[in-house]
Design a protein around this ligand. Sequence first.
Ligand SMILES: [Zn+2]
Ligand SMILES: [Zn+2]
Length: 264
Amino acid sequence: MTVDEGVGRQGRESGPGSTVELIVLGAGDAFGSGGRNQPAFLVNLPSWAFLLDCGATTLIALKRLDMDPAPIGAIFVSHLHGDHMSGIPFLFLQYQFLTRRHEPLVIAGPPGIEERVEGLWGIMYKETRDMMQRRFPVQYLEFEPKRWTGIGPVEVLPLPVSHQHGEVAFGYKVKAGGKVLGYTGDTEWTDTLIELADGCDLFICESYLYERKVQFHTTYKEIQAHRSALNCKRLLLTHLHDDMLARLQDVPDEVAYDGMRLPL
Ligand SMILES: [Zn+2]
Ligand SMILES: [Zn+2]
């Protein structure tokens, strides 16, 4: 699907002076390091909302913050690892049984997003998927790399990052309500992060480990080494492993935590 087809364009454009708020629903990793939730960020616009990633703990995090899941119009999934998308079936349950919604839920991500999410939904709640009519519309979208795509009132640029063998992982730049957000998803250091951060009001960057190198993830030392090239107004570190959590006293940059709210 392309920009012109305008998936989920039911949201209203945000006018001047409108507020955009980012709420950290999960600043942790796949291992629940530090008791933190798995990755998820809620971005609230005046009449619409979207998620960046949706780890297993996302619905719990929304309810802990007393947030209504109804306005979520889209989920932008960075890649198909479970800590970034396995919360989607729980949102489906919520929309099937508790929260009425009529606007489509757009689920957009790398190639294979529909098959993976529908497969997971069927594994977790087979009888609901197979026996019941879905009470809410879902639209899947495979992003085209490096192409701005309009979804609801926002525009999204997916840039391939370096995180997996054989599957695509995206970092996203999102224009929303007059602000620009960047999000790396999971990746090892690549100069694509410089492009992602460029001009962002807020750049959410994975900083999995402090300095110990593992394949496909970024260390804080690498971010520090490239810090002057990251042309963003505000940097927020996330996806923290125990190794990074143990060194926070050595980290002058801003670090995300579950429940953190950032008006933009
Ligand atoms: Zn992850
Ligand atoms: Zn991953």
